[in-house]
Design a protein around this ligand. Structure first.
Ligand SMILES: Cc1ncc(COP(=O)(O)O)c(C=O)c1O
Ligand SMILES: [Zn+2]
Length: 371
């Protein structure tokens, strides 16, 4: 018997952890990995080798790594002074393919490989596609990556260089998902969707474990995350809940969720039709119908975080500010979190005597340069 299964996030029904099972057969809810408390789980050491994190693999030898995780945390003296708040950044662009996605991908590809999957389909705004392309190659799998034709050329080139088949779709991010889903159905392939696969969030959890060590057990009171589908946002929360369950931390941070005004189904709490989606420079969070929306909203409620959406001009302004004042060149999607932070501080949603942690989710080198 396995030490884990899938559990529906809506009706809590259990499901066998099968690579083809991405939604609950009873209520269509999204799924997450549930470990069997009566069994000793397989675990990796995270946070400088100090913490055991359960993983959905039957042995450690199944874990395929390209060296993801263990990213540095840096203080931001100039921006902290500007906003009169102690702000820290965790440099997720230092992951092997230049974004945080590698944390989730490493776990998802390892789990699929362990179940003898040899050909997969993925859809992405670019970063997850590049990440899946790299790790699929490492695992000896064939990957079909769907991405919008409008994605930055660097990301499309990156998807191709690792050897996957790129399907560039002339449509929105949501239409790219639809095209991938159709392809999966027609070819009977495994849909390795980083948005739906419960394995992906098990990988992004490493971020949450690492910050326990990065901050010497004193996790900042606020974490501000750019959210499209919420894979990093939900992974951090799941990790911190596991640490709380183990009584390693007493309190949980406020988890703030930042979106672009042009596509903000979570911040606005409404469904976005295709015609309402306006273009945004923050391509990584341009998701009109995130399947895990209610999970993100539940974390917002539980943690006391705020969902906030930001203008295009403020995203570009912060992308330039981070480069010019802190020497950190991130992509616009990552800069959106800082645009959100400025507003949350001004609106007193974040107190100036509290610390703030922001993941710099992707490298500026992967996107178009601001003018
Ligand atoms: C750089 C960057 N930041 C943040 C996100 C948002 O991640 P998620 O959709 O898992 O919320 C993405 C997603 O593509 C991204 O590429
Ligand atoms: Zn269900």
């Amino acid at each position: 018997m396995s030490h884990f299964e899938f559990k529906c996030t809506k009706c809590f029904k259990s499901h066998k952890a099968d690579p083809q099972t991405l939604k609950c057969g009873t209520c269509s809810g999204t799924l997450s990995v549930k470990y069997d408390d009566s069994k000793r789980p397989v675990a990796i050491m995270v946070g400088g080798g100090t913490l055991e994190m359960p993983i959905p693999l039957s042995s450690l030898s199944e874990y395929l790594s390209l060296g993801e995780g263990s990213t540095p945390v840096v203080s931001m003296p100039n921006i902290s002074a500007m906003l009169e708040t102690a702000i820290y950044a965790k440099l997720e662009f230092m992951n092997p393919t230049g974004s945080f996605k590698d944390r989730g991908t490493a776990m998802m590809i390892s789990a699929l490989k362990s179940k003898n999957v040899s050909e997969i389909v993925e859809d992405s705004s670019g970063n997850a596609g590049a990440s899946v392309s790299a790790y699929a190659t490492r695992a000896g799998m064939k990957a079909h990556i769907f991405a919008p034709l409008s994605a930055p050329q660097t990301k499309l080139n990156q998807i191709k260089i690792y050897g996957s088949v790129l399907h560039a779709i002339d449509g929105s991010r949501d239409e790219t998902t639809e095209a991938a889903e159709k392809f999966v159905e027609n070819k009977s392939l495994v849909y390795a969707s980083h948005n739906l696969s419960p394995f992906f969030v098990e990988g992004t959890k490493t971020f949450g474990y690492e910050i326990f060590n990065d901050f010497d057990r004193e996790i900042p009171e606020n974490i501000v995350v750019p959210v499209g589908n919420g894979s990093l946002y939900l992974g951090i929360w799941k990790a911190l809940e596991e640490l709380k369950e183990k009584r390693l931390i007493k309190t949980l941070p406020k988890m703030h969720c930042i979106q672009a005004e042009n596509v903000n189904p979570i911040a606005s709490n409404k469904a976005w039709s295709k015609s309402e989606i306006k273009p945004t420079v923050a391509g990584g969070i341009a998701v009109g119908s995130p399947p895990r929306k209610s999970e993100v909203q539940s974390v917002l409620r539980q943690s006391g975080g705020t969902a906030y959406s930001v203008t295009e001009a403020s995203i570009v302004k912060w992308q330039i500010k981070l480069a010019k004042h802190e020497g950190l060149f991130c992509e616009p999607t990552s800069a959106a979190a800082f645009a959100g932070l400025e507003n949350l501080i001004h609106k007193n949603q974040i107190n100036k005597n509290e610390r703030v942690l922001i993941p710099i989710t992707g490298s500026g080198l992967k996107d178009v340069f601001p003018e």
